[in-house]
Design a protein around this ligand. Structure first.
Ligand code: FES
Length: 199
């Protein structure tokens, strides 16, 4: 419980920097916000709806669900290819998402999603709850020649790939958490509820 409160506090404190860090998200937040339930409903955990067709390939937006940032990334074929490389898989701590607390059953696969192109993941580091940065570029100077794109946590250096899978030898112990979600149509998803819960 205490850990959850700390995470929420960090999110509130860092929300501004998150929006700034993700670029497109800074533009999209007010737009996405207008589709969604009231502030009171969001705090209570109401589901959030997102339309993937409004997100450019290779970009992501951030929405709030249960006072946490949720990243919605539209992956390109190139991003998916990078994640399949053997040398990449060998560097991951849990490439098969075997820790079952980190995702629903239907996301326990290579892309940790219902659709390979679409990632929905809670943007809170599994080490101490900081907000990682979206770093899609290949081998930037500050992250090194073997960086294939993904998420980098500036607090203590944890690294995650485009599926939110954690790398070996970093402080974060597990993959990022995939929230429950389901498709309402081919491109529209609902975050916070899945078909099982909806009955
Ligand atoms: S909180 Fe992310 S590495 Fe420590």
């Amino acid at each position: 419980m205490k850990k959850e409160e700390n995470s929420r506090r960090r999110f509130l404190v860092t929300a501004t920097s998150v929006i700034g860090a993700i670029g497109l998200g800074a533009v999209s937040w007010p737009f996405i916000d207008s589709w969604n339930p009231s502030q009171r409903a969001r705090v209570a955990g109401a589901a959030v709806t997102v339309d993937f067709s409004k997100i450019e390939p290779g970009r992501q937006i951030t929405v709030a669900w249960r006072q946490q940032p949720v990243w919605v990334l539209r992956r390109t074929p190139e991003m998916l290819e990078r994640m399949e490389k053997t040398e990449h898989l060998q560097r991951l701590r849990d490439p098969d998402s075997s820790v079952t607390t980190q995702q629903p059953d239907y996301a326990q696969n290579v892309t940790r999603s219902l659709h390979p192109e679409h990632l929905v993941v809670i943007g809170v580091c599994t080490h101490l709850g900081c907000i990682p940065h979206f770093r899609p570029e290949l081998a930037p100077k500050d992250l090194g020649a073997d960086w294939m794109g993904g998420y980098y946590c500036p607090c203590h250096g944890s690294r995650f790939d485009f599926s939110g899978r954690v790398f070996k030898s970093v402080p974060a112990p597990t993959n990022l958490v995939i929230p429950p979600h389901r498709y309402l149509s081919e491109a529209v998803i609902e975050i916070g509820v899945d078909d099982e819960q909806a009955g």
